[in-house]
Design a protein around this ligand. Structure first.
Ligand SMILES: [Zn+2]
Length: 434
């Protein structure tokens, strides 16, 4: 793969050319096959910036081109030998040319989507600036997803009153199949990578929670994943971002979506929380799969009946009529344990299968300590103190629930689940969290 960045004012254009061994159908780090639509995209920053360190440009490019690259990576600007080592170690890709030294940065910013998970992060990191990714159309690809209201999410982010940088990009249209979306989950950080020198960033906080980090992640389910290649600090992506001087930080990595939902609903930013990309300015759509899944969690957190018009017969509820395993199953269990009247409606069948009780889901209300231990030392104490005070840590039995996740259920551990309700971001394009 050959990579070139050019700039026109505040707009950065990425063009890439496949080598003979590359292919237009590739695989995302989580295993999802993806097909390439086009070989150009751009990232529009809100202001002109000095030339970023080449390692930042290279890492930003990699978040787009990784699925389609097999063996070699040629950049237009030399990268540090340290970054080249991260490519070799993580993907077996020989990257170059190499020259120069790595970069370092100071501050921590938040990759802010506006979903409950990232609002929870914002509540915890009160002074951290937001960087918000906004999808825009691609000049060469027709946009058949005009019902995706990325503009609404950007407006809601602005209403928070926080220090906000909105980055607009058409990079999701490099993906033809399964539909426009991030080629890799980390592509949401493309703008933050380009801005990292100018904003003196040393870390980027994402909303990814316990399920995404430790219980399997996005499109695969029911498996304890200490070595998660996307989000573990020692995974391929963790080491690459570290080499580029922008650590991946998961302040909510130790807590479930029940906890992030509670923090978000209690937050000063509660009015701006939005996980649905299809809603209007006033409200989420209320009928998509994500709205249904999040309504289950919210109802469980508020210990009230489900408020939805979605019936068991609707396509978005179809998977809950089947036996488990489910994507995001821990939260389905939590919902079935706590929502009064769950025996009727779209989750009735799931509740029958899962037989969850408030006691069996208690572990999902506390923090898994190893998630705090892997936060870089310079930002750890704040997060550790918050978890100790506001959430509390899991005891040994509860931590064992995390570490045996997928083993006791027996079925389909790690199986692909193309429509996992827990899908947080990435190629599925419903990128409201993380
Ligand atoms: Zn919706």
């Amino acid at each position: 793969m050959r990579v070139r960045w050019t700039r026109d004012g505040a707009t950065w254009r990425l063009a890439f050319r496949l080598d003979r061994e590359d292919a237009i159908v590739g695989t995302v780090t989580d295993g999802q096959p993806v097909a390439l639509a086009t070989n150009t995209c751009e990232v529009r920053l809100p202001r002109e910036i000095p030339e970023p360190h080449p390692d930042l440009l290279a890492t930003a490019a990699w978040t787009v081109i990784a699925p389609w690259t097999r063996r070699r990576l040629r950049f237009d600007r030399p990268i540090s030998p340290e970054l080249a080592m991260a490519f070799a170690g993580g993907w077996g890709v020989e990257a170059g040319p190499t020259a120069g030294t790595p970069r370092r940065g100071g501050r921590l910013a938040i990759s802010y989507s506006g979903g409950a998970d990232s609002v929870a992060v914002a509540e915890l990191l009160e002074e951290a600036p937001f960087i918000h990714f906004q999808r825009v159309s691609h000049p060469r690809i027709p946009n058949r997803w005009t019902h995706y209201r990325a503009d609404v999410l950007a407006d809601l982010a602005a209403e928070t009153g926080r220090d906000l940088t909105v980055v607009r990009s058409d990079l999701e249209f490099t993906l033809a199949e399964p539909r426009p979306g991030y080629p890799e989950h980390h592509a949401v950080a493309a703008g933050a990578l380009l801005l990292a020198d100018e904003m003196d960033l040393g870390g980027l906080a994402f909303g990814y929670e316990l399920g995404s980090r430790w219980l399997g992640g996005d499109r695969y389910i029911l498996r304890y994943t200490p070595d998660n290649p996307m989000w573990a600090p020692h995974g391929a992506w963790g080491r690459l971002f570290e080499a580029a001087g922008l650590s991946i930080v998961l302040p909510m990595g130790g807590v479930s979506e029940a906890v992030t939902m509670r923090i978000a609903l209690d937050s000063k930013l509660a009015d701006q929380v939005r996980w649905c990309l299809r809603g209007s300015r006033g409200a989420p759509c209320g009928t998509c799969g994500k709205c249904l899944y999040k309504e289950l969690i919210q109802a469980a957190v508020e210990r009230r009946p489900l408020d939805t018009t979605v019936t068991a017969k609707r396509p978005v509820a179809r998977k809950w009529q089947e036996p488990p395993p489910y994507g995001g199953q821990e939260m389905i269990e939590y919902g079935c344990a706590w929502v009064p009247g769950i025996q009727k409606g779209p989750f009735a069948k799931a509740a029958e299968h899962l037989r969850a009780t408030p006691k069996s889901v208690g572990w999902l209300e506390r923090c898994y300590r190893p998630a705090v231990a892997e936060i870089p030392a310079r930002w750890r104490k704040r997060i550790e103190d918050y978890m100790a005070l506001e959430v509390g840590f899991m005891n040994e039995d509860e931590a064992r629930k995390v570490e045996t996740w997928g083993q006791t259920c027996g079925t389909a551990a790690g199986a692909a689940s193309g429509t996992a309700a827990g899908t947080a971001a990435g190629t599925a394009g419903e990128a409201a969290d993380g």
